[in-house]
Design a protein around this ligand. Structure first.
Ligand SMILES: Nc1ncnc2c1ncn2[C@@H]1O[C@H](COP(=O)(O)OP(=O)(O)OP(=O)(O)O)[C@@H](O)[C@H]1O
Length: 466
């Protein structure tokens, strides 16, 4: 019995030991678990602390940011205020004159008050009211002055901005100027080119003209007979010179071969270019400094036929051969040929070929004039100047001369003074109208008579004055 109990006890004990061991294992496991969890907890605590610290830091930063925002907001407000202030100032600037006026007004009032005070002092009345008024006014003036000062400051800023703008503008202007200068240079180049063309044209005109007269002024002593005459006379044409008596027609004609030089008090100014070669006043070539023109050569090249035929009182033959002989032609047959040619050209040969030894003065007026023309032609001229060559002749003789001139113009330039407008219309290619020493108009004859530019020409050709 005893053994069973022991056995039982033993078994129970073993069971208990077994349970205890189980419990120990379980306990250990639990302990481990608890340890792990304690560790986790600790970590969590640490993390919590960290989070707490971070939150603290964050809060601090948030506070700082808030503060900054606040500061910025206040700055913004301040700036807004400043802008408003500036806008006020700008507005005030526009009212500157108003303020000045106000100051003037106030000053005026103060003076008035001062005067009143003086009067009151004199009359010994209470002055306190005036003093306070005066004080108020002075305060207001001070305020306004302060404002003006501010405005002026603002003005200065504006001035510096304006200066910068002006500088910018100046730069732009500089660039524009440079562009314009460039354009100008281009323009000058064009003008130079045009000028060259003009110079060439002028040269061509001079070369193509029998005479180019430039700024011609002529005097007989103190009397001025021609005023600033400018004319270009084309070659191998008949040019009529018309105008009332005393207008300077003959003077002009005679100046062209310097016959007027024989008059003692005669004086001329200007230039007359012959054939694009010579200046007849200087008797010098216009192309070559060394080439000179003799006065006799000028008069040979530019022959003159006068109003009254003036043959020499010698034979017809000698009249015509006189010039060539003087010029050194001695060969008889050559002289014969020249005489015949000249008389033929002067439409006189057939009438006188049998009587060449007859005295020139024995011929009729018209024949004498044609003899004078033949005498001129014998000198081989380029230009024939004629001073009223038909006015001393009867109409038939005059008509013969007119026909002769129409024939001669194929070889010679004929410049003819005439009182007859009909004659000018009949035979001339160009007409020059002189009046009171001035060349009023020079144009193709038809145009000058039918459609003159100048009123005076118009009146003259219509016979309104003569
Ligand atoms: N030798 C001279 N001395 C002074 N004056 C003169 C001389 N010759 C002309 N004159 C003057 O010069 C001016 C122009 O005279 P010019 O003989 O040239 O005129 P014109 O037009 O030919 O006149 P007309 O048709 O009457 O011949 C006139 O006032 C004239 O009195």
């Amino acid at each position: 019995m005893k053994s069973t109990t022991y056995q039982n006890f033993k078994e129970l004990l073993n069971k208990k030991i077994e349970n205890l061991n189980d419990f120990k294992v379980k306990n250990n496991l639990l302990k481990n678990k608890i340890n792990i969890e304690a560790k986790v907890l600790k970590n969590l605590e640490l993390k919590e602390l960290e989070i707490f610290n971070l939150e603290k830091k964050l809060q601090k930063n948030l506070d700082k940011i808030d503060q900054k925002i606040l500061k910025l907001k206040t700055n913004l407000l301040k700036n807004k205020e400043k802008i408003l202030d500036l806008q006020d100032l700008l507005e005030d600037k526009n009212n500157l004159s108003k303020y000045k006026k106000e100051i003037e007004k106030k000053s005026f009032e103060i003076n008035q008050i001062k005067n009143k005070i003086k009067i009151f002092k004199r009359e010994k009345k209470p002055l306190s009211a005036f003093y306070s008024l005066n004080y108020k006014n002075n305060k207001e003036i001070k305020k306004i002055k302060k404002r003006i000062k501010k405005i002026n400051k603002c003005k200065e800023n504006k001035i510096s901005i304006k200066t910068a703008k002006l500088k910018q503008k100046n730069n732009k202007i500089d660039i524009n100027l440079k562009i314009q200068e460039h354009d100008l240079n281009k323009f000058i180049g064009l003008i130079k080119k045009a000028n060259n063309v003009l110079v060439k044209k002028e040269k061509k005109i001079i070369e193509e003209m029998a005479f180019v007269v430039k700024d011609l002024n002529v005097y007989y002593g103190t009397k001025k007979a021609l005023f600033n005459v400018n004319i270009e006379i084309p070659r191998k044409k008949i040019i009529a010179i018309i105008g009332p008596s005393g207008c300077g027609k003959s003077t002009f004609l005679r100046t062209l071969n310097r016959i007027n030089d024989e008059i003692s008090n005669f004086k001329s100014e200007g230039e007359i270019l012959l054939n694009g070669e010579y200046d007849i006043f200087k008797l010098k070539s216009i192309k070559n400094n060394y080439d000179k023109l003799e006065l006799t050569e000028l008069r040979t090249r530019v022959g003159m036929i006068f109003q009254k035929p003036n043959p020499f009182p010698i034979s017809i033959y000698k009249n015509v051969s006189y010039g060539p002989k003087i010029n050194g032609i001695k060969n008889k047959s050559l002289l014969n040929q020249i005489v015949q040619d000249s008389l033929e050209k002067a439409a006189l040969w057939n009438e006188v070929k049998e009587n060449l030894k007859e005295n020139g003065t024995s011929l009729s007026g018209g024949q004498q004039q044609r003899l004078c023309i033949a005498r001129s032609i014998a000198n081989n001229p380029e230009i024939l100047l004629m001073d009223e060559p038909t006015s001393a002749l009867d109409p038939i003789a005059a008509s013969k001369i007119e026909n002769l001139l129409l024939n001669l113009k194929k070889d010679y330039t004929i410049i003819m003074v005439t009182h007859s407008m009909q004659q000018a219309i009949r035979i001339s290619d160009y007409t020059a109208f002189f009046y009171q020493g001035k060349l009023i108009e020079f144009a193709p004859t038809e145009k000058l008579f039918k459609n003159p530019i100048q009123k005076r020409t118009h009146d003259y050709v219509l016979g309104k004055f003569g």
